[in-house]
Unconditional design. Sequence first.
Length: 134
Amino acid sequence: SMALFHNSLDPSGYAPQAFLLSFTITGAVTKADEGKAVAIDTTGDNRMKIAGDGDRIVGRLESLEIRPASQGGTIGAVSFRFVQKFPVLAADPLARGDTAVGAVGGTIKRAAANLPHDNFVSALSGGIATLVKL
């Protein structure tokens, strides 16, 4: 029989360059926040923040350039289409096929049914969800 080199498929980490844009990133952020889910910060134009509890996930923070306010403040590259693994909020009922929103401390959780369905959980294992952002 033929040898199989892969026994599972894992598309996580995919983010096409065509969907990468720069925004001002608000809040207390560090380089450790790269890779976290982001939400729209409606306090000003062209602002994003790390997705908090219940926030709609609109992108992923790809990279961060921390500058003083006099030089425009902190700028981040945000991807709007991606496949990424995120930790799930402890004891949350998030399941395969669910839409996710931000939770606390960089985790994600199951979205309320009335939120826009622009992401879905494709895999779930050991408290880590693979999220596909459409």
